[in-house]
Design a binder for this molecule. Sequence first.
Ligand code: NAP
Length: 486
Amino acid sequence: MTTEQELLASIPTGLYIGGEWRDAEGGKTFDVTDPSTGKIIATIADASAADGVAALDAAVAAQGEWAATPPRTRSDILRRAFDLLQERKQDIALLMTLEMGKPLAESVGEITYGGEFLRWFSEEAVRITGRYGLNPEGTGQMIVSQMPVGPCYFITPWNFPLAMATRKIAPALAAGCTVVVKPAALTPLTTIAFVAILEEAGLPKGVVNVVQTTSSGAVSEPIIADPRLRKLSFTGSTGVGKKLIAQAAEGVLRTSMELGGNAPFVVFDDADLDKAVDGAIAAKFRNIGQACTAANRFIVHSSVAEEFARRITERVNGFSIGRGTEEGVTIGPLIDEKAVGKAQELVDDAVSKGATVTTGGNAIEGDGTFFEPTVVTGVTRDAQILREEIFGPVLAIATFETEDDAVRLANDTEYGLVSYVFTENIGRGHRMIDRLETGMMGLNVGVISNAAAPFGGVKQSGIGREGGFEGIHEYLSTKYTLTPVS
Ligand code: NAP
């Protein structure tokens, strides 16, 4: 196994534009830090707006040839990248933990999950088809074909630095689109390492370009305003997503938006509590609570709430907090001080309105940005914690009495990404599928993500789907042709 220093020294420090690793304009750089220590782990190129446009130039130049590349060739490159990622799994996982903080085992899990998009879309690349048929009048043949959308711009967040990139890059490449990707400044190294793998897998120059930057707005605006760009795909907060939609509207640019969540986790009185507790631990504490799919509001029937809270608290008390690289650690640091401050504020607000902390509840003093894994019970309906994305290891429990009440509370949010429901009553489970306003649901399960499934939300959680059969259609446009019957 490579040491941390050897690994960090092996990662390119430049921007990747037109198949070359190069310095940013003016030689500007920025530091990447380890959130578990606050120490600098890398200093890398910091793209300017002109670098961003140069990356788009490269993507535009490569578009024609890439679209004309046989699907089998595109598929083979994706498959080779999948294989290389498996070979390098331990190293890339360590890199991810160093820049993002999650426990090493979870980084390995993300690489497995994120890698699956390469395999899935390598398989989809060769199955892009259209249709052909007589019009109802019998006078013409209608040909419906699928064309690559064209050059794409991807903006990805820090919480899943690999998977949020592969979920976009893999289907775009499979469809024949070229790409400029801008990772979050907090976690650019994993994306850089992944793009080096794509290069090694034989991806032609200019097909994928990377512009890490500390000036995300200034770099993104000219790219989004450029008429040569054909698609914007963003994963991040709803606030930034709305700004980007407004910018994209100017050029009627096609967008996919994977935005924030406020997932309800509903436990009925007929639930299997063992399953519900296992599901809750996974849905809440995976990624230290920093997932758009994280269960945010535990809505538990009053008759089982006390027992549910007792069992959860017992499990949480068994967690091991520390640097993600250390053996046995289950809870790493939050991404930064701001995230710690927000978790504290939400817990304090809930307590001030009558809730009780059964374990945790505070930031941890010392190096790194740690917050105690926390359980809060008796949360009242006016608490901020039920309104906002917590994005931290805080499990908040509110109670309900009737099924209608549970549905009302679950749907009482502008978000609609995912919901979790625990019930042993099949009829009730099916009613919940219909009644809960979310793009995805875990029915008696706490983790649902899968490359083969269409991931995405309704309401202010986003537009479009990533993964599944649906995922590639975000990068294809439908063309209809009519030709007379001769
Ligand atoms: P964020 O602040 O919205 O940032 C996301 C990305 O947007 C980063 O690359 C960021 O770059 C960039 N960005 C910020 N301001 C920008 C601007 N004005 N123009 C262009 N780009 C800009 O979100 P985050 O805190 O990183 O991520 C957490 C959020 O993502 C949560 O709300 C979570 O629910 C959501 N998320 C959603 C999904 C999903 O699939 N629905 C998945 C994961 C996360 P810099 O940070 O470098 O400025």
